[in-house]
Structure formats: structure tokens, C-alpha cells
Design a protein around this ligand. Structure first.
Ligand code: AMP
Ligand code: ZN
Ligand code: FE
Ligand code: FE
Length: 305
């Protein structure tokens, strides 16, 4: 048993992280990690660059994604896809649908903010979102953290947290939902792209109690869910213990990561999270083995499901 550590949940400038994929790989190496998954929101646009940088640095790399799925308020449901093929047509199609959904929503948020007296513009938000893409060759998923940054830079709020608490978070004065996939569509899409589907930060489902959480996870297992994220910056140790029990019961793969976003979530450090996320390397070994078992070990003619 070694004490090497991985981080299987991170964001880059291809979505709402502040580091480019190359800078993210450097941060992972500098942080002493031996493995990294890049899981940008709704896009695999940073994966090729990250893979190249990781290969050069000798860092184990998992191409991933984090997809938003429909869930009744106040729940947030995100599905992580691991070992997806960045060129998969199913993935590119899905990604475009979700990016269109954001592009419909974002102007509504900005119009509402303007109405409320916060004079920020779409151009300002786009400039912030593209800061990590000087060459302009990356698809950038524009999200609420970029809008929060624009509010901060325009002195409309004193912190990113305040931007979410007052305006952008669920129930905030300028909150609008965006188009999402159903959980079934999200899981199917991840499978079509050759990846394993893992429920991100299950506590964000905001289940009333453990029985409800278990029921929600089991509904996703019925749809083909492969695993659950056990260790995450939002999870307390007792959450992780309970999630481990469910994973064992249903033979689910378990993963963990910080949800690092660079300066957009300044309290989260890569590989460490908000202090309690340290995912040992064997979790990455087991994730990889589960993926190989699902997608590469079947005799010819056998369906992958
Ligand atoms: P979007 O996908 O554009 O709706 O934005 C999602 C991003 O906003 C994710 O990185 C979330 O973690 C972040 N986010 C959502 N709600 C909050 C909140 N209340 N405080 C801080 N970040 C949040
Ligand atoms: Zn994010
Ligand atoms: Fe998430
Ligand atoms: Fe995330």
C-alpha cells in the first residue's frame, strides 16, 4: 500500500475553473498528486490538452466530464463520466445541447441583474470566461461562476459567495434554471461515449434523510449508474461512511475528488478540497479496472451494458 493521492473531480478554463488544462496538470503535480481526472461541466473541450500535458508530466490522467441532469428543486444532480472518448459523436451532440441551454439562460440572468441595478454585460462575462483561452481555440462553457466574477469585478458584490447567496444561487434574485438532460439521458450519453457514469456529490441531492438518499441512488442504479462519488469537499465523514455502505451493497465503483475550480472556489485546494478529501491511488486503480471490465473485457458480440 502506498500513500499516493489522486483527485478525480476538477475543472479547468474549458468550463468554470480558473486554470487552463495545462496549468491544472502542473498544479496537480506540484500538489504531489499521482493521478488526475478533468471533469469540466458539460464539455470535453479541455481533455486533449490535459492528456498531452499529463503524459509529459508522467501524471496518470482520466478523461472525464460532469453533466447536469434534471432533479426536482432543491436538488442538484450532476453525473460524472469517466474514461469518456472526447471525440464521441454522442458526447459532442449532448455537449452542444447543454451549451445551448446555458446560452439561453445566461442572458436572462444578466437582464435580471441589470433590472436589479447590477450593470454587468454579456461581453464582460464572456471576456472573463475566455481569459484562459488566449488563442481562442477552445470551446468554453460559460456558467454562473463567470457571472459571479463579473459581479465582483464590477463591485456589485463583495465576494463570490455573496454573488451566489444574493443573486445566482437557487432562490437568488436572478436565478434561472437551464435546460438539462434527464438522468437517463445523461447516463446513456456517458455510456455511449464509452465512459462510466458516477453520481457526483450525492449530498447535493439534498435528500431529507439517509433512506431518501439511498432511494434516489437506487433509482439511478436502475438506470445503469456505475458508481458514486464518496469523497468530496461538501461531504462530511459520516456522509462518506454512509455512501460507502450503499456502494458496497450495490457493488458500485467509488470515486472522490475536490471539485477544484482554482480561484473561482478559493477555499478548495487541489487534492485536498476543503481539508477532508484525500483519495488514495487504489481508488483510481479500481475505477480503471471497472471501466476495463465494462468496456473492454466482453467477448465479441456481447452488449456492453
Ligand atoms: P452553472 O452550471 O452555470 O449553473 O453553474 C454551476 C457552478 O456554480 C458549479 O461550479 C457550482 O458549484 C457553482 N455553484 C452553484 N451554486 C453555488 C453556490 N450557492 N455557491 C457557490 N457556487 C455555486
Ligand atoms: Zn463548476
Ligand atoms: Fe457538480
Ligand atoms: Fe464539479
Amino acid at each position: 500500500m502506498n500513500n499516493r493521492v489522486v483527485d478525480l473531480h476538477t475543472h479547468s478554463t474549458a468550463s468554470d475553473g480558473s486554470l487552463t488544462p495545462t496549468e491544472l496538470v502542473r498544479a496537480a503535480v506540484n500538489g504531489g498528486l499521482c493521478g488526475l481526472a478533468l471533469t469540466d461541466h458539460d464539455s470535453g473541450g479541455g481533455l486533449i490538452e490535459a492528456q498531452v500535458a499529463a503524459d509529459k508530466a508522467g501524471l496518470r490522467f482520466v478523461p472525464g466530464i460532469e453533466i447536469s441532469a434534471e432533479a426536482p428543486a432543491p436538488a442538484t444532480m450532476h453525473l460524472l463520466g469517466y474514461y469518456i472518448d472526447p471525440h464521441s459523436p454522442a458526447l459532442l451532440k449532448m455537449s452542444q445541447i447543454l451549451i445551448d441551454g446555458r446560452n439561453n439562460r445566461n442572458p436572462r440572468i444578466i437582464a435580471k441583474l441589470n433590472e436589479l441595478g447590477c450593470k454587468i454585460t454579456m461581453d464582460q462575462v464572456l471576456e472573463i470566461a475566455h481569459r484562459g483561452d488566449a488563442a481562442g481555440n477552445r470551446t468554453v462553457v460559460v456558467g454562473r461562476p463567470h457571472i459571479a466574477q463579473a459581479l465582483l469585478e464590477s463591485h456589485c458584490v463583495a465576494s463570490l459567495k455573496q454573488a451566489f447567496d444574493v443573486y445566482l444561487g437557487m432562490g437568488g434574485a436572478a436565478y434561472f434554471d437551464k435546460e438539462r438532460l434527464t438522468p437517463r439521458q445523461a447516463i446513456d450519453c456517458i455510456h455511449d461515449a464509452g465512459g462510466l457514469a458516477v453520481l457526483a456529490h450525492p449530498v447535493q441531492l439534498r435528500a431529507q434523510n439517509h433512506a431518501h438518499l439511498q432511494h434516489s441512488i437506487e433509482s439511478l442504479v436502475d438506470l445503469g449508474l456505475d458508481g458514486i462519488e464518496v469523497w468530496h469537499s461538501d461531504h462530511r465523514p459520516q456522509d462518506a461512511s454512509f455512501l460507502l455502505q450503499i456502494a458496497t451493497k450495490h457493488q458500485l465503483v467509488v470515486t472522490g475528488g475536490s471539485d477544484f475550480h482554482g480561484t473561482r472556489k478559493p477555499d478548495i485546494n487541489i487534492g485536498i478540497g476543503r481539508s477532508n478529501v484525500r483519495v488514495p491511488e487504489h481508488i483510481l486503480d479500481e475505477l480503471h479496472a471497472a471501466w476495463k471490465n465494462k468496456f473492454q473485457a466482453k467477448p465479441a458480440g456481447t452488449a456492453v451494458n
